[in-house]
Design a binder for this molecule. Structure first.
Ligand SMILES: Cc1cc2nc3c(=O)[nH]c(=O)nc-3n(C[C@H](O)[C@H](O)[C@H](O)COP(=O)(O)O)c2cc1C
Length: 186
């Protein structure tokens, strides 16, 4: 039996890609915010997209700087991810300090990345699309780094759950993937 899902929760059916901390910086002001609505969109050139509400402080920093970072948190900092989503950079001087996360210099962009995270993408904005009540920033990936204990050819999902990327199911619900499976079609 299937039950109808209300449209306000429909996105949660395809939500659980990993959650990211979006970072941005402009004119000496840096910030981070969690985002679950993020996806790769092109191999060549390598592009990814993130949907950000125009009211977010981070939105303005991305618009002005033309860059953003995506840092992938693990389970170890789930509480800080949730806290970063409850707080706006418009309310505090430095959200990194407010939530207890460490900014580290970007490799190829000015925006910092989050030192405690397992993986990092750095993106330069190629396109900005208004989609309903969010803006989809499409970014060209100009740098990518990851912890080698956590990521090889894919996420490795080792025994230590803190080395697994964090997923956001919706509301206050988060998850980590349990097991990597090799499945071939032929
Ligand atoms: C797990 C999680 C996922 C979120 N995903 C998104 C998202 O994809 N897009 C978005 O605009 N806001 C998302 N939010 C809400 C923002 O992170 C939140 O409004 C944040 O306070 C904005 O911070 P800022 O104003 O400092 O930019 C999410 C929040 C949480 C906790």
């Amino acid at each position: 039996m299937k039950v109808e899902i209300p449209s306000r929760r429909a996105n949660r059916l395809i939500n659980p890609g990993c959650v990211v901390l979006v970072t941005a910086e402009h004119a000496g002001r840096r910030n981070l915010m969690p985002a679950a609505w993020v996806t790769p969109v092109s191999h060549d050139p390598p592009l990814c997209a993130v949907a950000i509400g125009p009211g977010r402080f981070t939105h303005g920093l991305i618009e002005k700087s033309g860059e953003f970072g995506l840092s992938v948190p693990g389970l170890a900092i789930a509480d800080k991810v949730a806290r970063a989503g409850d707080l706006s950079g418009s309310e505090v001087e430095d959200k990194f300090a407010a939530v207890g996360l460490t900014p580290q210099p970007g490799w190829r962009i000015r925006a910092p990345s989050v030192a405690e995270c397992l993986g990092h993408l750095e993106c330069v904005v190629e396109q900005k699309i208004t989609a309903g009540d969010h803006t989809v920033f499409v970014g060209r990936i100009v740098a990518a780094f990851a912890d080698k204990e956590a990521f090889g050819e894919t996420w490795l999902l080792p025994e230590d759950p803190h080395l697994r990327p964090l997923h956001h199911l919706g509301g206050d619900w988060f998850a980590v993937l349990e097991k990597r499976l090799l499945v071939t079609g032929g």
